[in-house]
Design a protein around this ligand. Structure first.
Ligand code: KIV
Length: 300
């Protein structure tokens, strides 16, 4: 197994999570110039080895990235789910490499401590390994992100190897791979049948062998995710893959309840921001109409 990682030391006044004193970045003191160590692919590997679960969440802009980074999340994923939740497309297919670069470069300005991983969007790596490498290089150069994520197994292994050999850390993604939605036809649970489960296990081994630093397992049976997680040295990050993965990931709009129509079984909704924002905006409209806002103390 090859592990590709780098250590960055940066300055930040962001607090870090109180848990995981050994693995999370260390703050020498809590002053404004406290030195924070960036979470790296090495950190994630150590977390797996010590049985410490990894938390990952998606973000697509500066402001939310800054909040999530300060809240103690380990990894921010600039997911191509931006295509759905930011741009309103039905699938992840339409988002372009330029648009992913825009989102990722905004996120990176808010993330002082987290590892930031960026999805290679549909069409930016499937055709051949030259194009895949060029796309990954653009993401690294133009955003300052720390790693890329790619969907697929054996079909994309050559591209993954070239990207990893160029020094770019790659996170794999197996199971339900939304960029292939028109091939699957549904967003149902994957790999329930033996043949598909066997292929997924084989793919996971190939990804580890190729040098991926982690693998997302999306919407597969918990027993299969457990078997894969135990068989690999690198961490697995689950979404709809049970509690035995080495970490978990959720899309921010789903877990914060901005998006309330999407209610898959695996989703835990921690807030109902849709309701709270609606109430706040209705209140504002009312205050403007009644001339209650702005009042004297809000005027110059
Ligand atoms: O794009 C995304 O948000 C993802 C997660 C669902 C893992 O790939």
């Amino acid at each position: 197994m090859k592990i590709y990682a780098a250590q960055f030391v940066i300055h930040s006044n962001f607090p870090v999570s109180p848990s995981l004193p050994n693995l999370r970045p260390q703050i020498s003191n809590m002053s404004a110039s406290a030195e924070v160590k960036r979470i790296t692919t090495n950190t994630l590997q150590k977390m797996k080895s010590s049985g410490t679960k990894i938390s990952m969440i998606t973000a697509y802009d500066f402001s939310f990235a800054k909040i999530f980074d300060a809240a103690g999340v380990d990894v921010i994923l600039v997911g191509d789910s931006a295509s759905n939740v930011m741009a309103g497309h039905e699938t992840t297919l339409p988002i372009t490499l330029d648009q992913m670069i825009y989102h990722a470069s905004s996120v990176i300005r808010g993330a002082a401590r987290c590892l930031v991983v960026v999805d290679l969007p549909f069409g930016s790596y499937q055709s051949n390994s030259d194009i895949a490498l060029a796309s990954a290089i653009r993401i690294m150069k133009e955003t300052g992100a720390h790693a890329v994520k790619m969907e697929g197994g054996e079909e994309v292994i050559e591209s993954m190897k070239r990207i990893i050999d160029a020094g770019i850390p790659v996170m794999g993604h197996l199971g339900l791979t939304p960029q292939s939605i028109y091939k699957f036809g549904t967003y149902n649970v994957r790999a329930k049948e033996k043949t598909e489960a066997e292929k997924l296990k084989k793919d996971a081994g190939m990804l580890e062998e190729a040098g991926c630093f982690a693998i997302v397992l999306e919407k597969i049976p918990a027993v299969l995710a457990k078997e894969v997680s135990q068989s690999l040295d690198i961490p697995t990050i689950g979404i709809g893959a049970g509690s035995d993965c080495d970490g978990q990931v959720l899309v921010m709009h789903d877990m914060l309840g901005i998006n309330t129509e999407f209610k898959p079984r695996f989703l835990r909704q921690y807030l109902n921001l849709h309701e709270q924002i609606t109430k706040a905006v209705q209140h504002y409209v009312q205050d403007v109409r009644s001339n209650d806002f702005p009042n004297q103390s809000e005027s110059y």
